[in-house]
Ligand binder design. Sequence first.
Ligand code: FUB
Length: 324
Amino acid sequence: MALEPLVKHLFTADPSAHVFEGKLFVYPSHDRKTDIKDNDNGDQYDMNDYHVFSMESVGGPVTDHGLALKAETIPWVSKQLWAPDAAFKKGKYYLYFPARDKDGVFRIGVAESDVPQGPFKPEPEAIAGSYSIDPASFVDDDGQAYLYFGGIWGGQLQCWTTGKFDGSAYANMEASGNVPALLPRAAKLSEDMRSFTSNIKELAINGADGQLLQAEDHDRRFFEAAWMHKYNGKYYFSYSTGDTHFLVYATGDSPLGPFTYRGKILNPVEGWTTHHSIVEFKGKWYLFYHDTSLSGENHLRCVKVREILLIPKADRKKIHEYLF
Ligand code: FUB
């Protein structure tokens, strides 16, 4: 499969892929050119709208459905529409997105449409109690929907250790040394998909020894880009390790964990960030991800897709990029 960008007429990143109405839909960030210098806060990722894409087959033509949602129409947002995701429930489509509110705090919003491509109508307020970035929705076989989220450093998760926003914790980015790493978050979604119906839970990611991954373990600890999929009855929680640039995964027997770290999905790509989704379409599994090969600049990324090969355990050492 050619590893060409999915589209070249826009810069796209953070692809969330879903099968809706028999087609493959991709909900990415829409990167844009700015003069903002790269920094560890991610200020250079200054996006202000979303486009939705679809295709009938992987490798076939990709339709850009145009503007799906823009920042100016979302009353609570000040800037930075980061990585979105979408969900379907009871005849409606929902777009989840992180953005900074008027106080500069990242929150998660939701917008609704009758069709998967949008346009989406935003709720006037962010989801009550939501914080940080990178929402990923997952509807389990029993119909219960979950929202996964969180990101450290520029994603502000380090500011929420007490359950209240503490701006003074921002500059620390994360703990160091031999203490448990910050954990991704998840909550159950209401039947109307617009609010949390459970407390926000911390998702435990343990090593093979059953102990939480440590903050100093930058090759394995959670950084951002949560994704959940189910395969053969197991829950696969995958994410980016941020400053070590891996996509990795952990598995569990429940959508809220605990999860056990299993290994790498993708080695570092060109560019600082890495962010993905995993989806089954027409009997094959695909990894959607991004790199910066179209521009050579960290904040101008392009979405790509490759098939995930289901490799027998014995052969896994030979090809360590594709792991399940
Ligand atoms: O696209 C902006 C941010 O960069 C995303 O929210 C992160 O996951 C990283 O890809």
